[in-house]
Design a protein around this ligand. Structure first.
Ligand SMILES: [Zn+2]
Length: 393
């Protein structure tokens, strides 16, 4: 009796110790994660058929969390949608979600969808008469595939590391962006380009490993780590691009200015025809826009010199368009440009590529080539952010 009591006390003590241990690793704030999170990436939507294969390891085929059977390496499946379920190699299964989960005893599983190979696990979820293919993948493996699509692997290591941290932070901060579609992030440029194993490159993988679990935070929250190709000479304040002020997205200087120059021209007639989509002004006579000086603000230009608005004066009226409207209407590389009429032509000369917010990839390359470390590159482009180890290996 006495001994049992002692056992009970010991048992309670052990339970309390375990509880304390659990509490010490539980998330305490918005950005703490003790373990590497997994991301649900939407690979395909509205599919009616797909061919799947087990390329490495082994899979457990499951339907709504119930394991149907083990699939050894080399197994191929043709899946088609059926009312109320799926046809798998011609056999009917009723349910909502068909999944290929890893058989952990057989090592890392690699599966393919329509010939493209992925790490992590696969889910086919019935949705609106078809199905969505979702890849559940650990965050680090995801960033390894994404990084080479965002930055050439042969670029300097510190630029690669900065981009790896930005891509990881962006993904984790934007988790659930596609919640309504049934996943976290899509696999296109809308979120970040993700092509599975085909996207991986050794140098990029090394940069991801060197920054394992590292993210940027601002006031304890993950940063919306947006980035672009080339600022052209200076990045921009968020409110001058998107209209809302984000404290860490401030205009930042570059080592070089007037980079990535671009030039476009139209006949006055073609230009006017395009403008007509936004309002009728007759024949274009004059363009009101102050001259471009990189890093110089004006009434119609933001801090970096990006165009805030342009006024077009025509024979039958005037039209004012924002830099962003012009950029999308004429598919311009950036909003850092000058615009003028010369004879019967309209000429645009500009610099940079992309929206101009956050990290400039070519700018990061220039800093890295001069010996700037990844963390310093990031705090230059994302003002006031802190580096944080979100999880460890
Ligand atoms: Zn997306």
């Amino acid at each position: 009796m006495k001994e049992r009591c002692v056992h009970r006390v010991k048992g309670i003590l052990r339970a309390m110790m375990l509880l304390l241990l659990a509490l010490s690793v539980l998330p305490l704030g918005a950005v703490q994660a003790a373990w590497q999170p997994s991301l649900a990436i939407g690979l395909l939507e509205g599919q009616t058929t797909a061919s799947l294969a087990v390329r490495q390891g082994a899979a457990n085929l499951s339907l709504d969390e119930k394991v149907l059977r083990n699939l050894p390496r080399g197994t191929t499946l043709t899946v088609a949608v059926e009312s109320g379920g799926f046809l798998v190699n011609g056999k009917r299964f009723s349910g909502k979600t068909l999944a290929l989960k890893a058989d952990k005893e057989k090592g890392e599983m690699i599966v393919s969808v329509n010939g493209r190979s992925y790490r992590g696990e696969l889910r086919l979820v019935r949705h609106q008469g078809g199905f969505t293919v979702v890849n559940d993948i650990p965050a680090e493996a995801y960033v390894k595939s994404v990084l080479p699509s965002e930055m050439p692997p042969e670029w300097p290591a510190e630029a690669e590391k900065a981009q790896a941290i930005a891509a990881r932070t962006f993904a984790l901060a934007n988790r659930g962006r596609h919640q309504a579609d049934g996943f976290d992030l899509c696999a296109t440029t809308h979120c970040q380009t993700y092509t599975g194993i085909a996207g991986e490159r050794d140098a990029s993988t090394a940069a991801v490993q060197a920054t394992y679990g590292q993210v940027m935070t601002y006031q304890g929250r993950l940063v919306d780590a947006v980035f672009h190709t080339d600022s052209g000479g200076m990045t921009e304040n968020s409110e001058d691009v998107w209209g809302s002020r984000i404290p860490y997205l401030r205009a930042a200087s570059e080592m070089q200015t007037a980079t990535k120059p671009w030039h476009r021209e139209w006949t006055l007639e073609a230009f006017s025809a395009k403008l007509a989509a936004k309002g009728t002004i007759g024949t274009l006579k004059r363009i009101k826009l102050s001259p471009l000086q990189i890093g110089k603000r004006a009434d119609d230009r933001a801090s970096s010199g990006r165009v805030k608005s342009v006024t077009f004066v025509g024979t039958r009226g005037t039209l004012r368009l924002s830099g962003n409207e012009l950029r999308s209407l004429f598919q311009l590389d950036s909003t850092l440009f000058s615009l003028r009429i010369e004879g019967n032509r309209v000429l645009a000369t500009g610099y940079g590529a992309g929206h101009g917010l956050g990290l400039s990839q070519w700018g990061a390359k220039a800093y890295a080539e001069k010996g700037t470390k990844a963390q310093a590159i990031l705090t230059h482009y994302y003002q006031g952010v802190e580096m944080k180890q979100l999880y460890k290996e």
